[in-house]
Design a protein around this ligand. Structure first.
Ligand code: CO
Ligand code: ZN
Length: 330
């Protein structure tokens, strides 16, 4: 599992540019499923036939992460960018970024900017070029970059990396496909694109799968210092989603996940995410609708270059998803 996580966090995968990660996931899940295909938008759909093919389960984890797109190059070689997804400018600044062609830059903030004025238009990328002409040899308008991959082991079985949102969901889905001893329903493991820009990839992919049951795997805000009134604690186990700002989970799914967690002694807690949506919503609303829920991985400092999670929680999430795949809903 740790190897899969390291592999998945080693590449950039900004919304709309998920190719590198998709290739890694495809290779990793192929041995455990019957077929794999990529749809027009770039979603990766892996299919595993179930013991009973009357009902379909869709598991979704998003491949994309937040990043930056080049909008303008100044005469002095400084590169201006716009955001892709919910960037937190202060959190991203003063870190290295990397472009698809390997060019490294530093994300800076215009000098003398007051803290409350730090918005995307005050950010720039310095690749070391002394002029526009020199910069244009490496970077052009429309190029995409993201914070450079980082993976660090902390104390107590905890780890830090950028884009655990949602590489960790991708790793959990692959891990469950690997570990499931049987597959109750026809199961579609879908690795979606463009979640961070409005749950986009999950809409057409859910429409093509047309699931009866659906579960998303994504991160959720845990109790970082200063967070008040957050229901989820880091190390508190798999978080069963009740609601977020995009979805109210089906009681059938919440109850089923709870029962499976209890039967299998999997540490669990409940999640209410007050800001932010998930692919759960797209799946719930596809076609005539599905019984949808979400297993959330408690995470601190989401959308920063140093998101933190606890491997015990990750394992609990993987065990809970595996139990659902093996046993289905009834
Ligand atoms: Co996110
Ligand atoms: Zn996410």
């Amino acid at each position: 599992m740790l190897n899969t996580i390291k592999k998945f966090t080693s590449v950039n995968s900004v919304s709309g540019s998920e190719e590198k990660l998709r290739a890694l996931i495809e290779k990793e899940i192929l041995p455990f499923v019957d077929s794999v295909q990529t749809d027009a938008m770039g979603n990766l759909i892996a299919y595993k036939k179930g013991e009973n093919s009357e009902k379909k389960l869709m598991v979704a984890a998003h491949m994309d992460e937040i990043g930056f797109v080049v909008t303008y190059i100044e005469d002095n070689g400084i590169i201006r960018v716009s955001n892709i997804g919910g960037i937190r400018p202060i959190a991203s600044a003063y870190h290295p970024v990397v472009f698809a062609n390997g060019t490294i830059g530093i994300l800076g903030i215009d000098a003398n900017t007051k803290p409350e004025e730090i918005k995307i238009n005050k950010l720039f990328v310095d690749i070391g070029a002394k002029s526009r002409r020199e910069a244009e040899k490496k970077v052009k308008i429309g190029d995409i970059c993201a914070v450079a991959p980082s993976f660090k082991k902390l104390a107590g079985g905890r780890y830090a990396a950028k884009a655990f949102d949602d590489r960790i969901g991708c790793a959990v889905a692959v891990d469950a496909a690997r570990n499931a001893k049987k597959t109750a329903m026809d199961t579609y493991y879908v690795f979606t694109v463009q979640e961070e820009v409005g749950l986009r990839g999950s809409k057409p992919s859910a429409f093509s799968v047309m699931p009866d049951y659906a579960v998303a795997i994504d991160v959720t805000t845990a109790d970082a210092p200063g967070e008040k009134g957050v229901s989820v604690t880091l190390g508190g186990g798999a978080a069963i989603k009740i609601k977020d700002s995009s979805v109210i989970c089906s009681k059938v799914m919440v109850d089923r996940l709870t029962a499976l967690a209890k039967e299998n002694n999997i540490k669990h807690q409940y999640e209410i995410l007050t800001a932010g949506g998930t692919d759960t919503a797209s799946m719930q609303l596809a076609g005539a609708g599905s019984v949808a829920g979400c297993i959330s991985i408690p995470t601190r400092y989401i959308h920063s270059p140093v998101e933190v999670l606890d491997m015990a929680d990750v394992k609990a999430c993987s065990q809970l998803l595996t139990a659902l795949i093996e046993n289905g809903i009834e």
